[in-house]
Design a protein around this ligand. Structure first.
Ligand code: RB5
Length: 147
């Protein structure tokens, strides 16, 4: 049986429609979703949504975070300012699998203007299904944060 997870999700004005489809996908799969907005087309600033999602992951309130903006780039930059966050910006399922297996990513960034809903759905499924491999990869993660 698949594990039920708590997943925090946030988007800027580039991603409410994709966020809504992913929230539905995650809930249908039995996960608990902490939806932190935004939900409409009004312009907002992506760090205002990246930081609460990352804080939820860092505190343990959520196991994973998903962040959506137009390209995914701004969200990934904001997320990776958090010392406890490893955010992977993914545009295909191979990146999604490898960012879990090799980087132990705990946040997934997506670009709503770059990929479609079906690709995003497959990316999220691949991200959640993959397992961190540890071993040599842990040596590298241990070197990520500057002293
Ligand atoms: C908003 O227009 C856009 O800059 C934002 O969604 C994102 O793509 C930034 O990286």
């Amino acid at each position: 049986m698949k594990q039920s997870l708590t997943i925090a999700i946030g988007a800027d004005h580039g991603g409410p429609a994709l966020k809504a489809s992913l929230v539905a996908q995650l809930r249908a799969a039995g996960h608990t979703v902490l939806d932190m907005g935004t939900d409409g087309p009004a312009r907002v600033d992506y760090p205002d949504f990246a930081h609460p999602v990352c804080a939820a992951v860092e505190s343990g309130q959520a196991r994973f975070g998903i962040l959506i903006c137009g390209t995914g780039i701004g969200m990934s930059i904001a997320a990776n300012r958090h010392r406890g966050i490893r955010c992977g910006l993914c545009t295909d399922v191979t990146m999604a699998r490898l960012t879990r297996e090799h980087n132990d990513a705990n946040v997934l960034a997506l670009g709503a203007r770059i990929i479609g809903e079906a690709v995003a759905a497959d990316i999220v499924a691949a991200f959640l299904a993959a397992k961190y491999e540890g071993g040599r990869h842990q040596d590298r993660l241990d070197k990520l944060n500057p002293a």
